[in-house]
Design a protein around this ligand. Structure first.
Ligand SMILES: [Zn+2]
Length: 90
């Protein structure tokens, strides 16, 4: 069975791979960091369990498919493992 993939930003990758949100404090103030964490957690909940592949995009202008943040930067490919994707990706 083919699993679909999404591309996520570095903040989401750290949350997915390391369950780490501390990096958010590095470049946001407290309030922004909390808001970012909410966005990321909402994305993780929507997409379900996923795991990284070896593929990264060094520079992308596309929205992160997890937290939906706009802006350029690195993107990491993740494989999704859930069935009802039509609702997850809507
Ligand atoms: Zn993200």
């Amino acid at each position: 069975m083919e699993h679909p993939t999404v591309h996520v930003c570095e903040d989401c990758r750290n949350a997915i791979v390391n369950d780490d949100y501390t990096g958010l404090d590095y470049y946001h103030d407290r309030e922004e960091a909390d808001e970012r964490e909410r966005q990321i957690r909402a994305g993780l909940k929507r997409l379900g369990w996923m795991t990284p592949t070896d593929n990264t995009i060094e520079f992308s202008l596309n929205q992160c498919e997890c937290c939906k943040i706009d802006g350029d930067g690195k993107r990491y490919e993740m494989v999704l493992f859930r069935m009802e994707l039509s609702s997850a990706l809507a």
